[in-house]
Design a protein around this ligand. Structure first.
Ligand code: SAH
Length: 205
């Protein structure tokens, strides 16, 4: 899998190391074990998917994470991306909207020894009620209809957010927050992706 990631343009050694060390099959159903190291998304229940390994690698590379950084992840899902960030030494806060996945994945991460703090809630809002911010890095792993203002507010000045933006398909954005005003944000675009949608109050049950 790591060789394939290199061929697909992943060059960051810390990312490649973490992806070589965290077993992806821990985060999927055993019935799908045969596909665990293929570059494809897989079903994880609750109509959600674990992202392609190349997508996880690309988002993590764009995030430019260093050990000790406080990272907020929106969309815990299977917990695989969470585990990669933990493996890289980040202090991870992760939010999931679906109770079924939150229950299952927070227990799994604990059992595997990853010390991420898991929350159930609407990640569009970030972690407003329980404020651990501001964060050095924010990673969104569901397709966002717009750049969520609450997330930009919880990002440190000088911090970076990686977010797939769009409804049917998404452009991967890397946003560097130079200041509070949007005209101080440096926005770069990296390829087109297909994520499950960010759920809001209307399409969530
Ligand atoms: N990082 C995950 C990706 C899972 S797919 C992994 O590697 O497995 C995206 C996840 O985002 C789904 O679990 C979905 O339930 C969750 N999600 C969607 N909208 C959300 C929201 N508003 N807040 C938090 N999580 C959300």
């Amino acid at each position: 899998m790591v060789e394939e990631l290199k061929q697909k343009g992943i060059t960051d050694a810390a990312v490649l190391n973490a992806m070589g060390e965290v077993p992806r099959h821990w985060f999927i159903d055993t019935a799908l074990d045969a596909y665990a190291y293929d570059d494809r998304a897989l079903k994880i229940g609750c109509e959600q998917t674990i992202s392609h390994p190349s997508t996880v690698a690309m988002q993590t590379q764009l995030l430019t994470v260093a050990s000790g950084m406080k990272v907020l992840e929106i969309g815990t899902g299977s917990g695989y991306q969470t585990a990669i960030l933990c493996r890289m030494g980040a202090r991870v806060y992760t939010v999931e909207r679906q109770k079924g996945l939150f229950d299952k994945t927070s227990a799994l991460l604990r059992q595997l020894g990853y010390r991420a703090k898991c929350f159930l809630g609407d990640g569009y809002q970030g972690l407003k009620e329980v404020d651990y911010g501001p964060y050095d890095r924010i990673i969104v792993t569901c397709g966002a209809p717009e750049i969520p203002a609450p997330l930009m507010a919880q990002l440190k000045t000088g911090g970076v957010m990686v977010i797939p933006l769009g409804e049917d398909e998404q452009k991967m954005l890397r946003i560097e927050k130079g200041g509070e005003r949007p005209d101080q944000w440096k926005v770069e675009q990296f390829g087109t992706y297909s994520f499950v949608p960010m759920l809001d109050g209307r399409n969530f049950s």
